[in-house]
Ligand binder design. Structure first.
Ligand code: FAD
Ligand code: DLZ
Ligand code: SF4
Length: 512
């Protein structure tokens, strides 16, 4: 055999570089379901089922094209349980001249891959992942010599590079680069998501569901009902549905939160994009076409494209540029243990319970729930950054370290010391009250600062800022925060800080 070509669970794209110039007569593709990858953090059962089913469908698609696939199922008796073991076993069995890989999405896996040439005694080539729209080198050139690495500047470069939403060189469509201010409408009464599409389960999916039920039902999260797309065709149906039915309202309600509505107008496409069933450029181009056809307004289309061409690429750039040192950061020295309610949903705080319920049931919660509810609470309470990151990596079906870590450590927890966020995404109950209908269903009151019914986010917000005063008092993007605090009478300041301690105590006791 000439070349052994590895495809990982998040590399399910026909255009993946490890398949470039494949020789259908002589080469073999290797794919393996392994226990180590499913349990190095205990992934949500829906994520495992989605990936195993998508992998099996992808392998079937390659075989239909005449490509030989060596597919190792989780339950195969000789399965060694790890990528490392499976590569060694396949090389011993198939005797390839070389091993071809595409760089993975996690530093941990890249470190493993870098050992293989020596361990296997054959040439190993690690190719760039060209599905992303900015290479590591481009990001490094952009970052060089800059005191601040702000997403908005990176994003406008990307818009220019790909000519997306550009009227002329240097002229963004509509006159603005960014319509963020038009992405913050509070929910109107009765706001609900249109019905989502579902996919008929194939025999492959049913087999995988039985396997996951059998082997991973002790992981956090419910497996059924299972509605995920598992092939590129199905993922494309999801994309079409989003563009035609949901994109027009995506911009207005991007930051809104509604009880019982996990999705609203969000696309639910991240799992498919991150696994490779969809490609970022096709998603941006389709959204752009909807704008030019008059089917969706600029605040929606620009908002969506900004998330993919801007945030997603920028986040990946940050991860690879600063790893492995990035993963050790804890700028605010946050070390309090993650409370049990992140697993049980058992908290009186309606907003937090709701976000965790959505997470448990769908392996999904939308961005503002991740950032301003579970993330904001973790920030204000000073929860241990590693424990919080592990939680996010375990519970979401779109989670891989390259995208989870900078979002959690950098954006939500300010644990990278302000590399990503120019100020902490810290908010009191007032923000959550404005952007959701949660507070009406809660036993706490967002307008109360101290006492039994006080919303925990209120005192914890001030306590967080004062606790970290050294970091934030001179932050130019927070001009009024400390002047407001300074105007509080000393007795009020003391009462707030004592109230925060009561909340933290209750959190530790499991009664918050
Ligand atoms: P939409 O709201 O419809 O957005 C469209 C697309 O934009 C998404 O599909 C996604 O691919 C991309 N996108 C949006 N925001 C971001 C972002 N900040 N970073 C990268 N891509 C973005 N996203 C992940 O893909 N995996 C993660 O593990 C992950 N962890 C997160 C952890 C925290 C604490 C926070 C605050 C955000 C995290 N995000 C993560 C980003 C974002 O929340 C999800 O991409 C989004 O909720 C996915 O849902 P959607 O497809 O409906 O997104
Ligand atoms: C997340 C995951 C899971 C659950 N299972 C597998 C697997 O069985 N085989 C595999 O190749 N990859 C799996 N993955 C993804 C990897 O853990 C890892 O996050 C990515 O491949 C990094 O690019
Ligand atoms: Fe959340 Fe506070 Fe509102 Fe309750 S009152 S839902 S804890 S913001």
């Amino acid at each position: 055999m000439q070349a052994l070509r590895l495809i990982l669970a998040d590399q399910l794209s026909p255009a993946i570089t490890s398949l470039d110039e494949i020789d259908r007569e002589k080469d073999i593709v290797l794919m393996c379901e392994v226990m180590e990858e499913a349990t190095y953090v205990k992934h949500h059962p829906k994520k495992i089922a989605f990936l195993f089913s998508a992998m099996r469908h992808f392998a079937a698609g390659l075989r239909r094209q005449g490509i030989t696939v060596h597919y190792v199922k989780l339950d195969d008796s000789a399965n060694t349980g790890g990528l490392d073991g499976e590569i060694k076993r396949a090389v011993a069995e198939l005797n390839p001249e070389k091993l071809l890989l595409t760089e993975p999405g996690e530093y941990r896996v890249l470190a493993m891959m870098k050992q293989w040439q020596q361990a296997l005694g054959i040439p190993v080539q690690i190719r760039a992942d060209t599905r992303f729209l900015a290479s590591h080198e481009e990001f490094a050139v952009w970052a060089r010599g800059k005191a601040q690495l702000r997403m908005e500047f990176f994003y406008s470069e990307m818009r220019k590079k790909y000519g997306i939403l550009m009227d002329a060189p240097g002229k963004p469509t509509g006159g603005e680069w960014n319509y963020d201010k038009e992405n913050r409408k509070p929910p109107k009464t009765g706001l609900a998501s249109p019905k989502r599409i579902s996919h008929k389960k194939s025999t492959i999916t049913n087999e995988v569901l039985a396997l996951v039920q059998d082997r991973f039902s002790h992981h956090f999260g419910t497996l059924k009902p299972f509605h995920y797309a598992v092939t590129r065709d199905e993922a494309l149906m999801e994309l079409e549905h989003f563009i035609h039915q949901l994109l027009p309202n995506f911009g207005d309600y991007q930051d809104a939160m509604v009880a019982g509505e996990p999705y609203l107008y969000h696309s639910l496409l991240s799992s498919y994009l991150n696994a490779g069933l969809l490609l970022p450029l096709e998603m941006c181009r389709m959204a752009e076409a909807a704008y030019h056809a008059g089917k969706a307004p600029i605040n929606a289309v620009e908002g969506f494209i900004r998330q993919i061409l801007g945030w997603r690429e920028y986040i990946r750039g940050i991860y690879w540029h600063f790893m492995p040192e990035y993963g050790e950061r804890n700028a605010l020295q946050a070390t309090r243990p993650l409370p049990e309610f992140y697993w049980t949903t058992q908290t009186v705080m309606f907003c937090v319970a709701e976000a965790i319920r959505h997470t448990r049931d769908h392996a999904y919660s939308h961005h503002i729930q991740r950032l301003m509810i579970t993330g904001n609470f973790a920030l204000l309470a000073g929860l241990d950054v590693k424990q919080v990151q592990k939680w996010y990596l375990e519970v979401y079906s779109d989670a891989y370290e390259w995208v989870e870590m900078p979002n959690t450590l950098g954006m939500a927890l300010y644990g990278d010391g302000g590399l990503i966020a120019s100020k902490p995404y810290a908010a009191s109950g007032k923000y959550i009250h404005r952007m959701s209908n949660y507070c009406a269903k809660c036993s706490y009151d967002p307008d109360i600062m101290t006492g039994e019914r006080a919303c925990p986010f209120n005192a914890l917000y001030w306590d967080f800022l004062v606790r970290n005063e050294d970091q934030f008092r001179r932050n130019q993007r927070m001009p009024y925060v400390f002047s407001t605090w300074d105007k509080f009478a000393p007795e009020k300041q003391l009462a707030i800080r004592q109230q925060a301690q009561i909340h933290l105590q209750k959190m530790a006791e499991g009664s918050l």
